[in-house]
Design a protein around this ligand. Structure first.
Ligand code: PGA
Length: 294
């Protein structure tokens, strides 16, 4: 039984059947029911997002979007986002205009403008037609030494410009092996989202991307990912409140492929996927968007 069927069954047993007063509810029942309602009321509509990293020319990006537009149009069950490189953003947004495909940038600067050679502001991203921006991806944290404080400034700048941040967190292999996963996630979450109001928080998505699973072919098991998502949702509850925690979409990223996306998405805690390698080919992205649903 999928988790949705399970909760429906439990609700039926609990409230509709002759056993309705049959004793105390199972531990976790109410929070499972709240998750179910949040998902079925589309508060947490699943998201399939492609992070194209440093791949695709302008022509390749536009061609891809033209091919994926009808796929997104038919995919009422999820939101579809692509993340082209900076050079292809404007043309990608123009190609996606009026369709169900949204365009995300992969990074931004926190200042509105200024002497920052090579950087791009959130206003410029809006100008190029973006609606989303990936912030704090582990490749930027590691390649460019991005800190939680910088990530925080970027999240705030994105929100101020009207962009939806896709805020990335995740532990390295060494951190997982030394049982520091939760400590690291908490540091990244608290640092990266410091000073946000619950209203701000309701406009972001979180991507949990264990660094050891990115581009390595090693996926976290659905249960491992769900545990981390549950922990992050608990942090959201503590910092922003119950309603915001139940509403925030937490995407999993790290070697998501057409053949493992169904098992990941079957977890009630996993609201979507942020996909690198497998988002680069139309056929594979189409299969991700149309992931098996129970
Ligand atoms: P991957 O990348 O799917 O190639 O592992 C995911 C990401 O970095 O967002």
């Amino acid at each position: 039984m999928s988790w949705q069927q399970n909760v429906k069954f439990e609700c039926y047993e609990r409230f509709r059947s002759p056993n309705r007063n049959a004793g105390p509810v199972e531990p976790g029942f109410y929070s499972r029911a709240a998750y179910f309602l949040a998902r079925t009321n589309n508060m947490r509509k699943p998201v399939i997002a492609g992070n194209w990293k440093m791949y695709k020319t302008i022509a390749e990006a536009v061609d891809f979007i033209e091919k994926i537009k009808p796929v997104a149009a038919e995919a009422g069950h999820c939101e579809v986002i692509v993340g082209p490189p900076f050079t292809a953003l404007s043309a990608s947004a123009a190609a996606a205009k009026g369709s169900k495909v949204s365009v995300a940038a992969q990074n931004c600067h926190w200042d509105k403008e200024g002497a920052h050679t090579g950087d791009i502001s959130t206003g410029m991203l809006r100008d190029a037609g973006c609606t989303h921006v990936i912030i704090g991806h582990s490749e930027r944290r590691h390649d460019c030494g991005e800190t939680d404080e910088q990530v925080n400034k970027k999240v705030k700048a994105a929100l101020a410009a009207g962009l939806a941040p896709i805020f990335c967190v995740g532990e390295t292999l060494a951190e997982r092996e030394s049982s520091e996963t939760e400590k690291v996630l908490e540091r990244q979450f608290v640092g990266g989202l410091a000073g946000l109001t619950p209203g701000d928080f309701s406009r972001i998505m979180i991507a949990y991307e264990p660094v050891w699973a990115i581009g390595t072919g090693r996926t976290a098991t659905p249960e491992m990912a769900a545990d981390a998502h549950r922990f992050l949702r608990g942090l959201a509850r503590r910092q922003f409140g119950e309603q915001e925690a139940n509403g925030v979409r937490i995407l999993y990223g790290g070697s998501v492929k057409p053949d493992n996306v169904g098992a990941l998405m079957a977890q009630e805690e996993i609201d979507g996927a942020l996909v690198g390698g497998a988002s680069l080919k139309v056929d594979s992205f189409r299969a991700l968007v149309n992931y098996p649903r129970g």
